[in-house]
Design a protein around this ligand. Structure first.
Ligand SMILES: Nc1nc2c([nH]c(=O)n2[C@H]2C[C@H](O)[C@@H](COP(=O)(O)OP(=O)(O)OP(=O)(O)O)O2)c(=O)[nH]1
Length: 131
């Protein structure tokens, strides 16, 4: 049986744009675009996990707001349960640590990137949002 992987992703918005991050070459889903975030730890609430991950990974503080989408996607390495949330920056500016690239895109530009498959439903929803 495949393992269940519970993941949270931050849709960080600023000046009408959304932060997109590109995975590195030595990871699963190499070079795919994603929302920064990561796995929820045992006993952790999803929104707490997201704040922790963004502090660790991008060195900034966020406010986690409304949920965008929940998607279950079966990869060869496991079943990812991805929940994305709209977030705003509270403190600091996101920096690259784990990712090879970041881009700020307008909602209607999001579909132009090569997203991780689990992100597609969120991308579809977000592409018609107005921030
Ligand atoms: N953070 C994040 N992960 C995503 C997204 N979409 C998606 O399929 N994933 C997958 C990639 C990873 O398999 C998992 C997130 O775990 P992680 O952030 O700890 O990823 P990782 O590659 O550093 O961990 P690992 O696979 O090396 O164990 O969820 C997304 O939008 N954001």
């Amino acid at each position: 049986m495949k393992k269940d992987i519970h993941v949270v992703g931050a849709v960080i918005t600023k000046d009408g744009k959304i932060l997109c991050a590109q995975r590195g070459p030595n990871k699963s889903l190499p070079y795919k675009w994603e929302f920064p975030g990561g796995k929820i730890e045992k006993g952790e609430l999803p929104k707490d996990a997201l704040r922790r991950e963004i502090e660790e990974e991008m060195n900034c503080k966020i406010r986690v707001k409304d949920k965008v989408e929940y998607t279950r996607y079966e990869y060869d390495f496991g079943i990812v349960h991805l929940t994305t949330y709209i977030c705003s920056l509270e403190e600091g500016t996101p920096i690259l640590t784990e990712h090879v690239n970041i881009e700020w895109l307008k909602p209607n530009e999001l579909p132009s990137l090569d997203w991780a498959p689990a992100d597609i439903p969120a991308i579809k929803k977000l592409s018609s949002y107005n921030f």
